[in-house]
Design a protein around this ligand. Structure first.
Ligand code: ADP
Ligand code: MG
Length: 700
């Protein structure tokens, strides 16, 4: 149970003075979730991102376009809208002896103007100076005050992320009230460290950020910001370390084989393994043989050959006399894996079964029976694998392909189908080091760095959409040479239906031009139609496959050498990289055409340039992180990875490493968090809602 000390912080925002139901609803929109309303703590962690500095008070004569200034002025003239033109603005001329400014108000009554800016009186106004036909004006000043009022106004105002109807100024006011609710918290950080960093305590740090004296309060090196970032990182690393410690204790089983099946599968491969693949297989076999449960991430760029590693890992489990399962996020991918892997397994005398939502009736019943009896040694499938009806004879290893496509609960769902099941999760999306740490803590990682030999670099080009007809001309020539082409249609965020319509339309256009060699694949098609479309393209019966991003994940047709991406500016870097990874898999040179809507925005331009510069997924991921910030990157949101409120992965990578080591050391000295600092650290964990980690403490 959360200590009562923290209760005021976890109360709804409406518990604060001045927050009624109307404001409460706005705060909920800004900071709440579907499950719970906005709370005081959410508001405290909702830090301003910048400031407006109103400390400049020049004479009017010296003000320039765009300046934010605070002026002491005399109200010289009221100019109401002319009769019959009620929608024209109300203008008020003010002056200070060096010049004048017209204040402009829309939808304002004479009565309100009289009250705010009475003729002949002196007022202090603050806002942005603009020039209009050579005259200075200020549209809806942010502040209009009497002189004596102006004296106690802060000259630097925090600017918050807002929601419609909820102004920064209101958030700032309520944030002050929230600061007032902060209880006295025990110090959980090491005193020597705090002194060395010149860190304020939590309350002072929060106050410094909600009442900034200048924009430097938010700078990466600001002591207040770093203090809070470190608190958050330490909470996350401590929670991960606790979970890991518990997992260590959760015993797995020893799965040792004699290596015969692995050797047989390796023999059946039409290629030899890369060094990285060999190493990964060795890592996995060592883990399987340990009595602890394996939790290993296999990280390898698109096309680096993770699937084969999965197969050899599964063969190892079968050697140990047990079963293994491989789960893929889509039907298409599960079927492709099965088609590829089953012949290799069979060559080694291993039986493999396919199970997706589409296996029905007698065939499904037979598969379920085979898994339950152990007659099927490896299962390949989709989410269908961890449904209730599925029982394994003795599952020892679960492999999750494209792990970021699954939620946490789904990833672990499969591991509950057996006893002490070892887990291998694979990701085609390279995760930068900093992010693996935050998402997976000390999870073991194997990396496939090099691509299989013989791959040619992909020629990536960018051109405006207007040159679509040139692209079509180029395709005529390419098809004549026997090329196979993916044509990816724009992603429409708002609606999959529009998405599909766009793909349908492009499909019809291209079919008119190229005839029956054009195929179509999108997410709304039935499973059977998807298979048919994919199969026809794989066999070369269709040569241009128009698709939505359903092909993004894992699809492998080595003969495809051209990829056209329409509206490339709408895709994120990671997604572009994934898409491009569909080509360049065979021996022939490949080309990727990024068609963008001109003129591209800054970010789109940067993305396209990176795509042209490199095929290195790790670099692309780092750049993506830089361009986007950590929040959305690489599907971490779907994966349920913790998003940070206060820490910023780009700026705080060093802090993250320190926090990880710190967390380890803390638990080495005080594994139950029972000492004085341990008790304070428990409060830290509650503050950042790592309650699940505290439950582990209790259990252990
Ligand atoms: P990903 O890591 O993106 O899942 P895949 O496992 O689909 O990549 O492998 C991509 C392609 O590379 C497949 O066609 C696969 O057969 C091939 N491949 C994998 N390993 C090797 C290797 N060592 N040498 C040559 N080709 C390989
Ligand atoms: Mg793959």
């Amino acid at each position: 149970m959360r200590p009562a000390l923290l209760d005021p912080l976890f109360a709804p925002v409406t518990a604060l003075p001045g927050v009624g139901p109307r404001l409460g609803a706005l705060f909920n929109r800004l900071l709440g979730t579907a499950e719970r309303p906005a709370r005081v703590i959410d508001l405290l962690f909702h830090l301003p991102h910048s400031v407006i500095d109103r400390s400049r008070r020049p004479p009017i004569r010296d003000t320039r376009e765009g300046d934010i200034v605070t002026l002491t002025v005399r109200v010289a003239e009221h100019r109401p809208p002319p009769p019959g033109r009620a929608r024209a603005p109300f203008r008020v001329l003010v002056e200070d002896g060096t010049g004048d400014v017209t204040l402009v108000f829309f939808s304002m009554t004479q009565a309100r103007i009289d009250k705010m800016l009475p003729l002949g009186e002196t007022r202090v106004v603050s806002g942005r100076i603009e020039f209009w036909e050579g005259f200075r004006q200020m549209v809806h000043p942010d502040r209009i005050m009497r002189e004596e009022e102006a004296r106690d106004q802060p000259l630097v105002e925090p600017v918050y992320g807002q929601t419609e109807g909820l102004a920064s100024r209101t958030i700032a006011r309520i944030a002050q009230a929230a600061l007032g609710r902060l209880p006295h918290l025990p110090e959980w950080q090491d005193a020597a460290w705090l002194a060395q960093q010149h860190s304020p305590d939590v309350a002072a740090a929060l106050a410094a950020l909600h009442r900034p004296e200048s924009a430097t309060a938010f700078a990466p090196e600001s002591a207040a910001r770093k203090r809070l970032a470190y608190d958050e990182l330490l909470a996350s690393q401590l929670a991960l370390a606790l979970m890991r410690a518990t997992r260590r204790r959760a015993s797995g089983r020893v799965n040792v084989g004699d290596g015969r099946l692995v050797a047989a599968v390796t023999q059946a491969l039409p290629f030899s393994l890369t060094e990285g693949q060999r190493q990964a297989v060795a890592d996995i076999r060592r883990d399987l043989a340990e009595p602890q449960r394996m939790l290993r991430l296999l990280q390898g760029d698109v096309g680096s050959g993770k699937t084969v590693v999965a197969l050899l890992a599964m063969a190892s489990a079968v050697e140990a006399g047990r079963q293994a399962a491989l789960m893929a996020p889509t039907d298409i991918l599960a079927r492709q894996h099965f088609a590829r892997l089953e012949p290799l397994a069979r060559a080694a005398g291993i039986t493999m079964a396919l199970l997706t939502g589409r296996e029905k009736g007698a065939a499904r019943a037979a598969t379920l029976a085979a898994l339950e009896s152990g007659a099927a040694q490896i299962a390949v499938g989709t989410h269908a694998l961890f449904q209730d009806a599925v029982a394994f004879h003795d599952l020892a290893l679960a492999v999750i392909d494209e792990q970021h496509r699954f939620g946490v609960h789904q990833r672990f769902g499969l591991s509950r189908k057996g006893e002490g099941v070892d887990m291998l999760v694979m990701t085609a999306t390279p995760i930068p080091r900093t992010l693996t740490l935050t998402c997976f803590g000390d999870m073991d990682v194997s990396v496939l760095r090099e691509k299989p030999a013989g791959r040619k670099p992909i020629d990536t080009r960018a051109m405006p959409l207007e040159r679509l007809h040139d692209v079509v001309d180029g395709l005529h020539r390419a098809l004549a040479r026997g090329a196979r082409v993916y044509w990816v249609c724009p992603l429409v965020e708002e609606s999959e239906t529009i998405d599909v319509a766009a793909a349908q339309e492009r499909f019809e256009d291209l079919q008119r031009i190229f005839g029956p060699v054009v195929g179509l694949l999108h997410g709304k098609m039935s499973g059977r139609d998807k298979d048919a479309a994919m199969g026809a393209f794989q066999r070369g019966e269709t040569r241009i496959l128009v698709a939505t991003t359903v092909i993004e994940v894992g699809v492998d047709v080595p003969e495809a050498t051209i990829m056209v991406i329409e509206h490339a500016e709408r895709f994120g870097l990671a997604q572009l990289h994934q898409l491009r990874g569909r080509i360049g898999r065979g021996a022939d040179a490949s080309t990727c055409l990024l068609l963008y809507k001109a003129p591209p925005g800054e970010v789109a331009k940067a993305r396209i340039n990176i795509m042209r510069e490199t095929e290195d997924g790790f670099r692309i991921a780092e750049e993506d992180l830089r361009l986007r910030g950590e929040g959305e990157i690489l599907g971490t949101r779907q994966s349920g990875a913790p998003a940070f409120h206060l820490a910023r992965i780009e700026d705080d990578a060093d802090l993250l490493r320190i926090a990880r080591d710190d967390a380890r050391l803390i638990l080495e000295r005080d594994p139950g968090l029972a000492g004085e600092r341990g008790q304070a650290l428990r409060i830290l964990l509650y503050l950042f809602e790592r309650d699940e980690a505290i439950r582990l403490l209790r259990a252990g």
